[in-house]
Design a protein around this ligand. Structure first.
Ligand SMILES: C[S@@+](CC[C@H](N)C(=O)[O-])C[C@H]1O[C@@H](n2cnc3c(N)ncnc32)[C@H](O)[C@@H]1O
Length: 253
């Protein structure tokens, strides 16, 4: 099992998650010099993504994620977990944006699926609803925060979270929530901004965390997820430079 990598997270002092995201930290002898940046609050993120919503599909297509998500899901989700089920696989797309990952799943595997999605940006949800409808997918979409999921314990077989955890001051709180709503044996799949040149651009623009594969597996393993492993978006140059995908299973007992 991978070990959790230490990450510097400053706990919010007050108000609407006004904690900080680490930018740089290094020891010089007995001195630790660190630079931190105030994270975008949930309200600021919702407004920022509302502004992005109309063009978001174009953005993820331009970067190559529309196809890269398909390749990644084919490689990461075992067929026997997803297909030929007597009851639909209950899927939560957390921080779903315009629904690109749900659409990719429906393109990749036969299902059947019961899709659910949640996001803090009303604009993103309007676009997601339209996109899913265009693909003949009916879904239960909710406006809400991944740090406080409005679902029962064990509600889902699969929780997917693409490029949302890194926005949070304390990603662990959201991972804990995602694990809570997973059934025993269920799968958590995350896509995260990498420590890379494009990842640095995203980090500076959006004040996100960045992780390498060891850190991502550590985040998941810290919450009891088993068989954690990461995958690079091979064959999709920009996506590979920007992100990695990480998967883990909730133990059966
Ligand atoms: C980088 S976009 C990714 C969207 C989508 N998953 C994709 O792959 O295209 C991040 C999304 O997470 C949402 N988000 C950010 N913080 C959130 C939170 N605390 N709870 C729910 N959604 C959040 C944003 O509104 C935005 O839609």
């Amino acid at each position: 099992m991978a070990h959790a990598a230490p990450i510097d997270i400053m706990v919010p002092e007050s108000g609407d998650n006004c904690g900080t995201i680490p930018v740089f930290a290094r020891w010089f002898g007995s001195w630790k010099i660190s630079v931190q940046r105030r994270a975008l609050s949930t309200t600021e993120l919702a407004k920022a993504y509302d502004r992005e919503a109309a063009g978001w599909d174009r953005t993820i297509k331009r970067l190559g994620f529309a196809d890269a998500y398909v390749t990644m899901l084919e490689q990461m989700l075992p067929d026997d977990f997803v297909e030929d089920r007597k009851v639909p696989l209950r899927v939560l797309d957390a921080g779903m944006g315009t629904g690109g990952l749900s659409v990719a799943l429906s393109r990749t595997k036969a299902g059947p699926f019961a899709f659910h999605g949640i996001d803090i940006s009303p604009g993103m949800l309007i676009e997601a609803e339209r996109n899913l409808e265009d693909c003949g997918i009916s879904a239960d979409l909710r406006l809400g925060d991944v740090q406080s999921l409005p679902y029962d314990d064990g509600a889902f077989d699969l929780v997917m979270a693409a490029h949302v955890l890194e926005h949070l001051v304390d990603p662990h709180h959201a991972i804990e929530e995602m694990v809570r709503v997973l059934k025993p044996g269920g799968v958590l799949l995350g896509c995260l901004t990498r420590r890379s040149s494009l990842g640095m651009y995203i980090h500076l623009k959006w004040r996100t965390h960045r992780v390498n594969a060891r850190e991502a597996e550590g985040w998941f393993a810290q919450h009891g997820l088993e068989r954690t492993r990461c995958l690079a978006f091979e064959g999709h140059t920009r996506c590979r430079n920007l992100s990695l995908a990480c998967i883990g299973r909730k133990p059966l007992a």
